[in-house]
Design a binder for this molecule. Structure first.
Ligand code: PMP
Length: 366
């Protein structure tokens, strides 16, 4: 029964990020907040140089390496500044003076990455989905790669446009991927990548931490003008302790990695993502009241974006959804419509509740 009053059921948070965390993880944080591991102090008060915090960092890295089978030919870095800082740090760290970079223009976040890269280097757009208003991804066969490029950048999941790269090609130049919104939601052919980066606040924790996985041969001395704290080589050399790392965010990521391992690891996360997104796309596709303009083969299993065929009803939909405990469903500000972000912690029940609400809303307003 769908609620139309201010009465509330269990809430589900469909925010694009920071996103929901599993109840067990929130419970553990509550427990560790006054006294972490019998230290007599809060997790918030732990010096990053202490033996126990160094152990936490090492364990977090080991967990991540085990979940994704990351070989020792790659470094794992814990950085700050979010994925947005990485947009500028990639050309500064990876390119030789005068070298160009390839970029796939797949949507809102790829455009952000391109805009920032252009401040530091010449960018070659290998292919663009702009002509289709970013409702489809340009096929790999159409990519116009520059063999001299320092790297080729892709956005594995376009959080705002609801598009996801389902295959990663083998390239001659290092493949660099912004995986902020789908990191740890599916197994990866890691050996195809030179570098992967992902902010933590969607699938693996809270804001403040950005993970960087970089192949050893891409590490080089910081070029002039690059702050040492933002040099991959410097952070790798100092085990991400060149300066104070985001300690609380790191701790939460450790808890999230354990939660992912307990729940079957990355293959189980991928299966759950498929189940959730199929249920929701099924509801949208079986109705004339809702529509998803994204090309089916390129749809994201993480950020499901759709519209009401009567856009004037969008605000009513969102208000009633919120009253029914289905929160933060508004589409990206630049794109509009509805967006349900289905990150790792989202239970299938949350999507079932959303589908029930959508069916009821259509019955009443369709
Ligand atoms: N890339 C993608 C794909 C994103 O979804 C986001 C955040 N929504 C960002 C980059 C920016 O991340 P941050 O806010 O951590 O800089």
């Amino acid at each position: 029964m769908v609620c139309t009053s201010s009465e509330r059921h269990t809430n589900y948070n469909f925010a694009a990020g920071p996103a929901m965390l599993p109840a067990e993880v929130l419970g553990q944080i509550r427990e560790d907040l006054p006294d972490w591991c019998g230290s007599g102090f809060s997790i918030l008060e732990q010096p990053f140089t202490s033996a126990s915090f160094k152990r936490l960092m090492a364990e977090t890295e080991e967990l991540l390496r085990a979940l994704l089978a990351i070989p020792c030919s790659y470094q794992v870095l814990f950085m700050q500044g979010g994925a947005s800082a990485q947009f500028g740090l990639l050309p500064l760290n990876l390119l030789q003076p005068g070298q160009r970079a390839d970029y796939l223009e797949s949507g809102y976040w790829a455009r952000k990455a391109i805009g920032e890269a252009r401040r530091h280097c010449a960018v070659n757009i290998i292919a663009s989905g702009a002509a289709q208003d970013f409702t489809a991804l340009p096929p790999t066969a159409q990519w116009q790669l520059d063999p001299q490029a320092g790297y080729c950048h892709v956005t594995s999941n376009e959080t705002g446009n609801g598009l996801q790269l389902h295959e990663f090609p083998e390239l001659k130049v290092p493949l660099v991927a912004d995986m902020t919104s789908d990191f740890l939601t599916r197994p990866l052919p890691l050996e195809r990548f030179g570098l992967i980066y992902a902010s933590a606040q969607k699938n693996l924790g809270v804001a403040g931490l950005c993970l960087v996985i970089i192949r050893n041969d891409l590490l080089r001395a910081p070029p002039p003008g690059l702050p040492a704290a933002f040099s991959y080589a410097m952070q790798a050399e100092q085990q991400s302790r060149f300066n104070t790392p985001p300690t609380f965010a790191l701790y939460v990521t450790g808890l999230m990695l354990r939660w992912i391992r307990r729940n079957g690891g990355v293959p189980a996360m991928a299966a759950a993502a498929q189940q959730r997104s199929r249920l929701l796309y099924g509801c949208v596709d079986h109705s004339d009241f809702y529509q998803c303009p994204q090309f089916p083969a390129d749809r994201s299993s993480i950020n499901v974006c759709f519209q009401l065929t009567e856009p004037g009803l969008t605000d009513t939909f969102l208000t009633l959804a919120e009253r029914n405990g289905l929160a933060n469903l508004r589409g990206h500000a630049a794109i509009g419509g509805i967006r349900a972000s289905l990150y790792n912690p989202m239970p299938l029940n949350g999507v079932a509740r959303l589908v029930e609400f959508m069916t009821d809303f259509e019955r009443k307003h369709g």
